[in-house]
Design a binder for this molecule. Structure first.
Ligand code: ZN
Length: 265
């Protein structure tokens, strides 16, 4: 396995200078919280800039003054181990906006050639071998976390900021309408929602569901509600296959007419 097992191994005596680490698209705060060695750093999420529409799909939510020194202070205070110093800081890091790491191509383990997808526990049970062909499985990110973790899954350290896992609004609209992203129907709804409420993150996080319903369709409003509640259908990626995150179940998606019938226009 390439890479480092700890910040100390990589940065040595400079480790205390590291205030924050970026979790990447392939991990989210709960995966990092399982390593107590990361309690001394803040977790941040930054967006890549492959295309204009994807800027901001991962982000950090600050509250307060946004000067360089205020942000540096907020980062210093956002580490769980320094939660006690936060009250003195004028700016707070409230949390991060996250993509679902399960969508990545190497979240779980397995062999995609014959549809063998294994959780880290299943890989362990099978001694790292594929139950279909007997060869070593391709090991993914979650197994690597499992290897380094000294805490159970779902552990949240005291003082850790929040996080919000989101699905892009375009994808939500496409699913609710039963069409593909990039279609005219989707962009019409998308533009109309942005015109009404200002920006995508506000719509995904804050706009009242009733207002979204009034400005779009009941199915779109229900889809946003489910994303906020984390009521999603997630198939983790493995061995080079992208994972999928769906708002509606297969049955619901096969019967889009029910959602179409209740559209308001
Ligand atoms: Zn195999």
């Amino acid at each position: 396995m390439s890479g480092f097992d700890s910040l100390e191994e990589c940065f040595e005596e400079l480790t205390p200078k590291i205030l924050a680490i970026e979790t990447g698209l392939s991990s989210d705060p709960p995966m990092n919280w399982r390593l107590s060695q990361l309690d001394n750093v803040a977790l941040i999420s930054s967006s890549d800039a492959h295309s204009a529409a994807k800027i901001g799909r991962e982000a950090v939510k600050f509250d307060g003054d946004l000067s360089y020194s205020a942000i540096a202070d907020a980062l210093r205070g956002a580490a769980p181990s320094r939660a006690g110093q936060r009250s003195a800081s004028p700016t707070k890091l409230l949390g991060t906006i996250e993509f679902f790491p399960q969508e990545g191509k190497y979240h779980f383990d397995g062999h995609s050639a014959h549809n063998v997808r294994l959780s880290p526990a299943e890989t362990k049970q099978n001694k790292g071998l594929c139950p279909n062909c007997g060869r070593r499985v391709t090991v993914g990110v979650l197994s690597r976390v499992e290897e380094l973790a000294d805490r159970p899954a779902n552990f949240k350290p005291a003082g850790a900021p929040d996080y919000w896992s989101l699905v892009p609004l375009e994808e939500i609209i496409a699913e609710a309408l039963g069409v593909q992203t990039g279609t005219k129907k989707v962009s019409a709804q998308y533009e109309s929602l942005i015109q009404t409420f200002g920006d995508e993150l506000t719509i995904l996080l804050d706009t009242p569901i009733k207002s979204i319903e009034a400005a779009s369709t009941p199915a779109i409003a229900e889809a946003v509600r489910r994303v906020r509640a984390g009521q999603l259908h997630i198939e983790p990626g493995y061995d080079g296959e992208y994972g999928t995150v769906h708002v509606f179940s297969d049955e619901e998606r096969l019967a889009p007419s029910s959602s179409e019938q209740v559209t308001l226009f």
